[in-house]
Ligand binder design. Structure first.
Ligand code: NAP
Length: 277
């Protein structure tokens, strides 16, 4: 193979910024830590219950500094007190992910407290299920605002800092509903497909910021407790009661992605009950 052919073949696999500015290096060469247990500052949205709460518990137990947000601050207060009592490093701030201002204030508070943000877990989400022809438009808007806009707000709040520090990790919690569409879940699926799409775009545009999509199947949480058409919501609750895996199973996948060396980007993980169709 000629030199020109080699360069052309190489360029197919590299981001433009990598080709322009620096050679590919591995973490052992750059001096970045290979130790998966290096403490990081991790922000978790929607940590007042379910997967977010379990993720905060797992990451604090791993020795990370955990900064959690949600609207129910009484829940966050209890969570943080428990994590600290167990020897963990944790703090919280009220957060509404539908507000860019609230998300920016949340990120700023974490930066103020810990000096930097290493990982954002964009986890907050809602799932009020209904058929499209029921026209529950307020709930469509809520899913778009929390699941999609909220994820984008999180990215907007942390990406400039991560790019400036030359490292970072955005973990977006999508769903198996980002991989298949079911009746009564069309709008929820649309938001989760969108989260996967924007995650892939974010990954392609950044060669120093890791991007992971974690897609849970039925998981024990409060997700089916709020809103939606009662029949559709009841069916989802019944399936969940029969199948659901513990929220800690999803937290374990998130912890795994975080623990990889900086040059290893776990892009997609699907974690679902073995018996889920
Ligand atoms: N459980 C499942 O079977 C399953 C399956 C696939 C994907 N997921 C995804 O997993 C993620 C976590 O959900 P979960 O199952 O753990 O349900 P959950 O127990 O209901 O937790 C949802 C979290 O999102 C927070 N949240 C909702 N609206 C918010 C807002 N505007 N601002 C800030 N936080 C908000 C809630 O906190 P506050 O109400 O206190 O604000 C809560 O902490 C979601 O993205 C969900 O779509 C869950």
């Amino acid at each position: 193979m000629s030199h020109t052919q080699e360069v052309t073949a190489f360029s197919l696999w590299c981001r433009p910024s990598t080709l322009e500015t620096r050679p590919i290096r591995h973490s052992t060469e750059t001096g970045e830590s290979m130790n998966p247990s290096t403490p990081k500052t991790v922000l978790v949205t929607g940590a007042s219950s379910g997967i977010g709460e379990a993720t905060a518990q797992r990451l604090a137990a791993d020795g990370h500094h955990v900064f959690v947000g949600a609207r129910r601050t009484d829940r966050l207060e209890t969570l943080v007190a428990g994590l600290r009592a167990a020897g963990g490093s944790a703090d919280f701030q009220e957060l509404d992910v539908t507000s860019l201002e609230s998300m920016r204030a949340f990120a700023a508070a974490a930066r103020e407290r810990y000096g930097r943000i290493d990982v954002l877990v964009n986890n907050a989400g809602v799932m009020p299920l209904s058929r499209i022809d029921a026209l529950r438009i307020d709930e469509w808007d809520q899913m778009i605002d929390v699941n999609l806009r909220g994820t984008l707000h999180g990215i907007a709040a942390v990406l400039p800092g991560m790019r400036a520090q030359g490292t970072g990790h955005v973990i977006n919690v999508a769903s198996t509903s980002a991989h298949r569409v079911d009746p009564t879940a069309a709008v929820y699926c649309a938001t989760k497909y969108a989260v996967r799409a924007l995650s892939e775009g974010l990954r392609q545009e950044n060669d120093r910021v890791r991007v992971t999509v974690v897609s849970p199947g039925f998981t024990q949480s409060e997700l089916t407790d709020r809103g939606g058409d009662p029949v559709a919501q009841g069916a989802a609750r019944a399936a969940s009661e029969q199948l659901a895996i513990p929220a800690s199973a999803v937290a374990d996948a998130i912890a795994y992605a975080i623990a990889q060396p900086e040059n290893v980007d776990v892009n997609e993980v699907v974690v679902r009950p073995t018996a889920q169709g």
